[in-house]
Design a protein around this ligand. Sequence first.
Ligand SMILES: [Zn+2]
Length: 340
Amino acid sequence: MRDLAERITRFRFLQAFVYWIEYLILTFVLTFPITLYEGYLREHKYGLATQTLGPWLGDQFKGLLIGFILGGIIVSVLFAIVRRLRRTWWIWGAFVTMLFLTFVVLISPVYIQPVFNKVTRLNDPKITQPILSMARANGISTKDVYQIDASRQSTRMSANVSGFGDTMRITLNDNLLRRGSPEEVQAVMGHEMGHYVLNHIYKDMMFSLIIVVCGFAYLRWGLDWSLARWGEKWRIRDIADPAILPLVVLLASIYFFVLTPISNTQTRTEEREADMYGLNASRQPDGFAQAAIHLGEYRKMKPGPIEEWIFFDHPSGYDRIYAAMRWKAENLKLADPGYH
Ligand SMILES: [Zn+2]
């Protein structure tokens, strides 16, 4: 693949780009059976999927195309850095990767999400008014709530806060709007506002910074170590050779695999914070418990403690309902006008 890239273009910057395209096509084809099983067959088996094969394949190809462009840019830039800065590339690489990740977070609600789904402003005042009132009560200066047609792919209910700076926004998916009660929508919005007010997007970025810097330090060590042992056998010339990419992916996969419980615990901790914030903001413990039951369609309700620690990026349904009912028992009387 490296030799082919060199035959296609003389420019080293583009050689890395071409190598990336070849690599992505090859791995797309090789992993396609498991992708089809995971993303299509099993989803249908559980009654969660709403797409037929044609549109599903269309989404896969769109994803591949975005991978060509975004992946190609960062890979080519990183190789250019390695070629020029043989000793300090990992520091600059971490810096540039972080800038790139920030850029992707910034553009994703405006340029990436709309590739797969239609994102529209919610216009129904029956839904938006209570949400915007809650937003004002919590110091969120948004004027708009967005809706995404997630039912195009699945029956899953969800909502999220995405973007960064001016593109930061709250989005509800249409499954939540269609299937959730008003109390449930309020409870979920309270949770999302928790993410917003508690600055979780910025905290996630700080967490990513640590992960990325440690990752590049480990990569530098891992690549040197592997090349000293097997470089010649694998016909990888040196660290700036695009043919090193599969080794980079292997090392990165090991890194992120080992980090799974840590990154999940980081996310799960924020989710628990948002849950508490959401209960206080929405005062809808029943709605929140109902949402947890709905999410039980695709999340195991009561995992064991080790299972939760390793695999769960949200509190379990059991914990969420328990927390909501405890909140109700201990706090709801405060909102009751008959209480003295
Ligand atoms: Zn959340």
